[in-house]
Each structure stands twice: as structure tokens, then as C-alpha cells.
Design a protein around this ligand. Structure first.
Ligand SMILES: [Zn+2]
Length: 343
């Protein structure tokens, strides 16, 4: 085994639709940024969709993008290694942090108006930024670091990005007081959204195409139904689609009744496919998109064990095995793979 070159680090790099472990230059320090030594990353549907081409579709003009050296990994935690150029509000060296993966410039008109998550120069770790969490180190804006509560271990903290998305999707749906609410999907995001939904409305259910997903719903005590048993009655008041594929968006539109609401909280890199959205106008359906959420509330829910992701941590892998881990997400019952990163 070759000695580690201090000027380089190992990272899982996306190249032409495949992921490979590569030795890349150590990221250089920038003003306003801190160096995070990554300890854990979570392989989720983001990594799969990123490899399938999501990044190209998501990249905004002006966003930092370098397909030849794009590091995968949207959900990651670590320890601050160097905060000397992070500014006065930077977390201290040694702090355990989760990283909000949406990086904004802080000075454009959108950042100025409080929607930095939609910054004109936005880049997202693991999707269209050169930075990713499936690596030994990352240089991230100090403002993107959120302290991990002392009572929360790093393994559970890696679920914060996915849980924050779930919380945001449920919040946008306006779930309280509704009798007919479905979360639709097969993967990690769908189960997390269902867990968040039932906390606020016990009548919420999970609708999935996969037996393994319905089983995990049963394990969590969540009401559940197979998608092909739901029928086309159009009786739901709210459907939260956590996959965002043409098939699931179409199914969600058929499941809601007149003047129902559909929240699309999933993002899919599937090739453009015609979707019959005629229901939108015929039934006066309202559709909302939902994106990344705040990490602080997700970390708080994890710390207080209001959401326990244990049953969704399907496998563990090392950074060397992370490419294979992404492929295993296609298997039924594999919701996420925890990657432990060691230098
Ligand atoms: Zn901005």
C-alpha cells in the first residue's frame, strides 16, 4: 500500500455516469470557508440520481461545475480541521458538524432577499459542485456548517440532509387537519417523509410500489398501501411524491381528488418522458415543488429521537466500497448505505 500523499486525498469521483475512487488534489482553503475532515457520508438516492445525470439538469448558469472532477456525496458529517479563514462565526476547530449541501454566494439578489437556497450562483455538494461528501476532506462555506448536538452520534447525523428534505416536503403540503394524506415513494426519502407526516397527522399513510418499503412502514407502525391497490378513485386531499419521476408524479395526480394538493419533493434524473398532466386543469389540482430544508431542525429531531432512522440504515461500507454501495440502492430494501471515511 502506497503511503498517503499529504497533497492528495481519496474521493469518489463521477465520470461519465460511473463512480470511481480517485486520488484528487486536497481542496485549497478559501476565505469564508472551513476545512472539514469527513467522518461519515450517507449514500442515498441523490448519489444514484447524480450519476444518472441529475447534476447536468440542475446546474444553474454561473454555478461551479467541473464534470471531470465532480465528487459525489450530498449527505455528510465531519470534524472541522481548519477554521482559520472561516470568519468570526465559523465553527471552532474540532467541532462536529453536518454540512448543508446547498452553497450560496451570500451577495446576489436572491441571497439578499432571504432565499439563499435559490442563490443565482448556487451549487449543491455531490450534484453540481466540485465538492462532495464521499471524500476525505471538503472545503465548505463556514455558514454551511451546522453543529451536531452533543447527544447525537455522527451515524444518525448523516440522515439530517434527507430528513430536512422530508420535513420541508411535509411542511409545504400543509398536512394538519386533512383526513386523506398519502406519501408516495419507495426509497429513503419516502419513508422519512412518512415518519415526519405521521408525527403531525396520524392518518397519513405511505403508498409504495415495493414490498420491502411497505414492510419497513409496518415496522415503524405507519399505515401503508401498495400503489396498485390504491386504485384511481382520486380521493386524496394531499399526496407527497418523494420520488419525482414521471411515473410517480402521474400517479400522484391521479390519487388526489378535485382541488387536491400534490407536493413533489423528490428529484429524478430520468430522461424526459411525457406525463399526462391533464388532471391538473380538469381537477384543479395544485402542485408544489419542495427542495432542501434546514438542517438544524432535522438534527434536533434526530437528537430527540423523534425520528429514528435505524431501520433505514441498510448497509455499511468503506470509502473504497462506496461506488458499489450506490449500485446496491437498486435492490429492494436497501434504503441507504453508511460510508465511514478514514484517512
Ligand atoms: Zn447568492
Amino acid at each position: 500500500m502506497a503511503r498517503t500523499n499529504p497533497a492528495e486525498m481519496r474521493a469518489l469521483v463521477a465520470r461519465g455516469g460511473t463512480a470511481e475512487l480517485a486520488s484528487v488534489p486536497m481542496p485549497s482553503m478559501r476565505d469564508g470557508s472551513v476545512v472539514v475532515r469527513i467522518t461519515h457520508a450517507l449514500v442515498t438516492p441523490f448519489e444514484r440520481e447524480s450519476l444518472r445525470g441529475l447534476a447536468a439538469a440542475q446546474a444553474l448558469p454561473g454555478a461551479e461545475s467541473d464534470e471531470s472532477r465532480r465528487i459525489l456525496g450530498t449527505s455528510f458529517v465531519g470534524v472541522v480541521e481548519d477554521s482559520s479563514r472561516g470568519g468570526s462565526a465559523a465553527p471552532a476547530r474540532g467541532a462536529r458538524v453536518a454540512v448543508q449541501p446547498v452553497f450560496s454566494c451570500g451577495i446576489c439578489e436572491r441571497c439578499d432577499s432571504g432565499i439563499g437556497i435559490h442563490c443565482l450562483a448556487r451549487s449543491v455538494a455531490g450534484l453540481d459542485a466540485a465538492i462532495g461528501g464521499l471524500a476525505e476532506f471538503a472545503v465548505v462555506p463556514a455558514a454551511s456548517c451546522v453543529a451536531i448536538p452533543a447527544s447525537l452520534d455522527e451515524e444518525r447525523a448523516t440522515f439530517a440532509v434527507a430528513l430536512a428534505r422530508a420535513i420541508e416536503a411535509v411542511r409545504r403540503g400543509g398536512i394538519e387537519g386533512r383526513s386523506f394524506v398519502s406519501v408516495l415513494g419507495d426509497d429513503l426519502f419516502a419513508v422519512l417523509a412518512a415518519l415526519v407526516a405521521v408525527e403531525e397527522n396520524p392518518l397519513a399513510r405511505l403508498v409504495s410500489r415495493r414490498e420491502a418499503t411497505l414492510s419497513v412502514a409496518a415496522q415503524y407502525g405507519i399505515r401503508h398501501r401498495a400503489l396498485d391497490e390504491v386504485g384511481r378513485r382520486g380521493d386524496q386531499e394531499l399526496v407527497i411524491d418523494m420520488t419525482g419521476s414521471p411515473e410517480t408524479i402521474g400517479a400522484a395526480c391521479r390519487m388526489v381528488g378535485p382541488r387536491g394538493h400534490v407536493v413533489v419533493g423528490g428529484i429524478s434524473a430520468g430522461a424526459p418522458v411525457a406525463v399526462d398532466l391533464s388532471h391538473l386543469a380538469l381537477d384543479e389540482i395544485e402542485m408544489f415543488g419542495s427542495g432542501f430544508g434546514e438542517l438544524a431542525s432535522a438534527l434536533d429531531q434526530l437528537a430527540r429521537a423523534r425520528v429514528d432512522p435505524a431501520a433505514l440504515l441498510s448497509r455499511r461500507a468503506s470509502l473504497a466500497d462506496a461506488a458499489g454501495a450506490i449500485a446496491t440502492l437498486a435492490e429492494p430494501g436497501v434504503f441507504s448505505v453508511l460510508v465511514r471515511v478514514e484517512r
